[in-house]
Design a protein around this ligand. Sequence first.
Ligand code: NAP
Length: 271
Amino acid sequence: MKQFAVIGNPIGHSLSPYLHNFVYNSLGIDAVYERKRVLKSELPQIINLIKNGDLSGINVTIPHKENIMEYLDNINPRARSIGAVNIIINNGNKLIGNNTDWFGFLMALKKNRIDPANKEVIVLGAGGTAKAILFALKQSGVNKIVLLNRTLQKAEELKEDIVFPYPLTHLAKMIKNDSIIINTTPIGMQSAQSPIDLGLIHKNQTLIDVIYTPFETAFLKLGKKIGAKTLNGLDMFIYQGLTSIDLWFGKDISNQVNFTQLKTYLESKLC
Ligand code: NAP
């Protein structure tokens, strides 16, 4: 039986074991997936577990998506460009790092008929997830990305021809009544706080949160109430997981999965 895991710290909140074990069980794949709380100092041990075959592959989450890169033999050029790895594949004698977050985000936009092509998009936060989302947005042909972060310097490090960094405090000046706004900060995860002053929310905006616990953060809740288009982080999460399975098993397994059943199952685990 193949063994997979997600590593991170903290890790108790991760829904990944539910997603992966649901897919393995429903498609009769002889594999099991677990969570592992791993400290930075323990990364070499995890790498050894993959090298000697005790683990067939891992997903990587906070805070190791960047730390893990130095231990890998190869990094996929897209993951290298994003600057973060969330999956490790063992191709025999080489460990390869890749990133499925950006693709998960693009697929979530597509499924929910959100098309940012030729538009201006506001991104809040400049951490690991923001980097994957900036990459995805550039693939989807956005015109301009307004990148707002609490620490301006981190946003400035991501400055590019279409990426314009500002401090988060400039948000009120940048928001328009028809903006597409993507929250990649954890604001709203532990409390009913909103990354946006709720008075700035308008029914013609598209509001996206990468958070899915709670299922609806405060700004999504208000946005939905007044008629804005809203999207939480669950579809992105599901697609990054399904893409990981395709990469590990080398097949188009995700096409055999009943997305609605899987999503309903995961939603039941969030209650
Ligand atoms: P990260 O690398 O630590 O980045 C966090 C970002 O949020 C930074 O830009 C940070 O600003 C900002 N931030 C944190 N606390 C803040 C606060 N109180 N006020 C203002 N800004 C704040 O984290 P990450 O890996 O990008 O993860 C961010 C979120 O994405 C988490 O909630 C995670 O669960 C979620 N996520 C979802 C998915 C999915 O599939 N749906 C996938 C990955 C991650 P500074 O630079 O100033 O510190």
